[in-house]
Write a protein that binds this ligand. Structure first.
Ligand code: NI
Length: 260
């Protein structure tokens, strides 16, 4: 079955039919969901969802645009929650220079990114990285982290990957997976198509980032994991293999990274 590696079902756009949407996923071929936090508040909601549904796991972490909610106390709270049996990753964490152009804010993003990377290392969990318009700094920080912690085999995923194929190869060399979602189906997705072409199938994870990033032909609508077959089919056609092969290999990849 398809492994949904990145969803936000705690989002208010699911408040009227969340249970219905989640309970219908198995019938649509979706076997496992990792629900990803982006703030302390949404991380708490991820834990509730993971406690409620057998097939839902949680990632806890603070997105670069939400670092205002971070402090030592909250970081300590995250560390304690990381021991919860259904917490499978720290994320999403990273850098977003698209929304934040202020040098001081970007500096704060880099500091909290580093602190959360260290946290993931301490609790021995992979990270889910959000990186937008910050390719060089993301690469630099992860290289630095690798120099200090060369023993981590499967450090995480660069989610909703948007950089060059060459850079994807560099992330893969450091052990990271590449997250591919609805964008790969867009008409203007040339760079991501080239990346999928260039990288091995055993480094790709499929994800929605729902409620955002719905694939064609549902672009602009509320996204949900039931649309993942469009992503799987597109990857299959780029690679010239069957959708079944993409589905089974990406599920193996996700289970390996999340250690399930
Ligand atoms: Ni996300």
């Amino acid at each position: 079955m398809i492994f949904e590696t990145h969803a936000h079902y705690e989002d208010s756009r699911f408040s009227t039919d969340r249970d219905e949407v989640l309970c219908s996923l198995a019938d649509k071929g979706i076997g496992t969901v990792v629900n990803v936090g982006s703030s302390i508040e949404t991380s708490k909601a991820c834990l509730v969802l993971a406690d409620t549904y057998d097939f839902v796991y949680a990632a806890i972490g603070v997105h670069p645009s939400d670092i205002d909610c971070l402090n030592e106390e909250n970081l300590f709270w995250m560390k304690k929650q990381a021991g919860h049996k259904k917490v499978v990753a720290i994320g999403e964490i990273g850098l977003d220079y698209y929304w934040d152009k202020e040098p001081a804010v970007q500096q704060a993003q880099r500091e909290w990114f580093w602190r959360q990377l260290e946290l993931a290392y301490e609790v021995d969990l992979p990270v889910i990285i959000h990186s937008r318009d910050a390719a060089e700094d993301t690469m630099e920080i992860l290289k630095q982290f690798r120099r200090e912690h060369p023993d981590v085999e499967s450090p995480g995923v660069v989610h909703c990957y948007s950089y060059s194929p060459e850079m994807a190869q560099e992330f893969i060399k450091m052990g990271y997976y590449i997250g591919v979602g609805g964008v790969v189906t867009f008409k203007n997705a040339k760079k991501l198509v080239k990346t999928v072409e260039a990288i091995p199938l055993d480094r790709i994870l499929v994800e929605t980032d729902c409620p955002y990033m719905a694939p064609e032909p549902h672009r602009g609508e509320r996204n949900a994991s039931c649309y993942l077959p469009y992503v799987v089919n597109k990857i299959a056609s780029i690679k010239g293999i069957s959708p079944e092969e993409v589905e089974s290999q990406t599920e193996i990849n996700a289970k390996r990274m999340y250690r399930l």
